[in-house]
Design a protein around this ligand. Sequence first.
Ligand SMILES: *Cc1c(COP(=O)(O)O)cnc(C)c1O
Length: 361
Amino acid sequence: MINVTKPYLPPKEEYLQYVDEIWNRCWLTNNGPIVNELELRLKDYLGLEHLLFLGNGTIAIQIAIKTLELEGEIITTPFSYVATTSSIVWENCKPVFVDIDERSLNIKPELIEAAITDKTSAILATHVFGIPCEVEKIEAIAKKHQLKVIYDAAHCFGTKYKGKSILGWGDISTCSFHATKLFHTIEGGAVCSNSPDLIFKMAKMRNFGHDGPFKFLGVGVNGKNSEFHAAMGVVNLKHIADILEARKRQHFQYQKWLKNLKVRMPKPTMEQVEWNYAYFPVIFETEEALLKAEKALQDHYIYPRRYFYPSLNKLEYVEGKPCPVSESVSSRVLCLPVFHDMTESTVDLISRVLLRAQNYG
Ligand SMILES: *Cc1c(COP(=O)(O)O)cnc(C)c1O
């Protein structure tokens, strides 16, 4: 059986060394030494000023919204994982959907201004599949209308724009280190910001608001993560160059095999992007073609995923205006399997099944 992804697991001995350390110290969670080590190593690797390691990528978005004290309406993308929208609703704000660019599948900056009202407090955009949003255009709009910007950068580990990690953009960028992501800590996430004040506030907020044992700086939540999760991150980070390299190799293998498949792939709309190849999304001409391809793969015990379906403006708990591009793409996009040790013959098999389904199915 081949799934859309498979978590990376490092050599077990490397992880067990950290487990021994944890046993000796008996310090399991609450901002322990391995959590600190991971934060330092991630900042160094990503070239960021500040980063806080959190329980997951969803609490990261929620903490970002709370920290920026957002209220009213938040302009957001309909093409993302459900956590982007549900976090807005969870924080008692209203998501206002702006349709996507059909090349990159990211929010289309040219459509944002028409959606701004006197209740708009922020823009929350996702760099879908690790392809960066048009961050400069979004920043200009935000500045003009005095809006905050949050990026859901859950897919962006390793993606660079103009030579620097895309996680440095926005008032706050959030990341997910869930087991299905390119870099993972089993469960985990992060917030990044260039503002020391925001980082200070978020550091308190992730730990119940504690400022010492008996004093509290505002309302907090439990957004912490453990030494065991941090250890997985520290060990996986040592292998990140291999993980990224394998993704890139598989990407070009797929491209070679799938030249004659009637699909298109999303692409960055900007120059100077170094993509992490985190996913391999293909957009079919029709939903019917997608369903046929999916069925053919399933018959071979290959399970791609329909990331992202449905378009989030169709969720029953939101008031979604139509977003024709997102709705159309959502019904036609399929993510093919990619994971670090997927072999060339698996890429070959998947490609042949897809071509056969198209040409003879
Ligand atoms: C995975 C993901 C999240 C949620 O992250 P978790 O760590 O699973 O909470 C949020 N947004 C996007 C775009 C994601 O892909």
